[in-house]
Design a binder for this molecule. Sequence first.
Ligand code: ZN
Length: 307
Amino acid sequence: MPATPTSLSDLVLSRTTLDRAAHRRRGPGLLRQLLTRPQTRVLDLFGDRAPVREGRLVLRAPESADVDRLAVFLGVADGVGGADLVAVDHSDEEAPEDAATMRSVGLDLDTHDVGILTTGLGIVNWQRTQGFCPRCGARAEVSEAGWGRRCTREGTEQYPRTDAAVIMSVIDDDDRLLLARGTRFGGTTNRMSVLAGFVEPGESLEHAVAREVEEEVGVSVSQVDFRGDQPWPFPASLMVGFAARATSTRLVLQDEEIAAARWFSRRELADALGDGSLGVPPSLSIARHLIEDWYGGPLPEQAGEKW
Ligand SMILES: [Zn+2]
């Protein structure tokens, strides 16, 4: 593998212009204040969906019911004239017609909106699962304008966690790329991707790469180079991307997780995309960027994707 000095560029979900204004979170009653001010902008979140119109997130003025909803102060958004931004959770309600997922609109949103939506989804998804103190089981209330939870019995605070996950291209001495199909992709899909997995306690990122590749396909890797990273708030991951050099090529698949795996030359990959026998992940994903990083540029058109 030729050493490439540049790293992955333009990872969509890593774009942001949001100023989180974290120093304001401890202000007493900040959320209530913001939600009664007409100049505040509110982002409605319906589970993993948000209203999008003409390629822009729909932000609205606060309404009286908002003060009773789960809410998080996201920060100050320069794209909407420096307005304070609050995300409001509606996960128990039905999403409106124009609500879209990050997966479906992420590529079309501008940098400013991507930062707002990635942050809003990540923190609100965390808040929704934090009703009770993990130490003693008592009720936990929202603190720090939505960036924490405080136990109502002990006063202990919990803060959002980010799950570190590694994702890696594995490349052999013949400069072929390893792609695999997870069993969770389903039986009819033609999609294959690079390997990925969560970092375990006590592990470095590089060790996690080596362990996952060994576990999933039985291949050893040596050189593990960082290529880029992006948040993946589905629900709380940070995807850290690497390119790893294989020191063996025989594939021994872990049956429960990997349905298929094979080595591709660039020509084989282009042919498989062209004849519809292979689909690869969309440009929103770091997986796609790692594949193109190895390929040396944008991939040829896919003939079709079967799910
Ligand atoms: Zn407690």
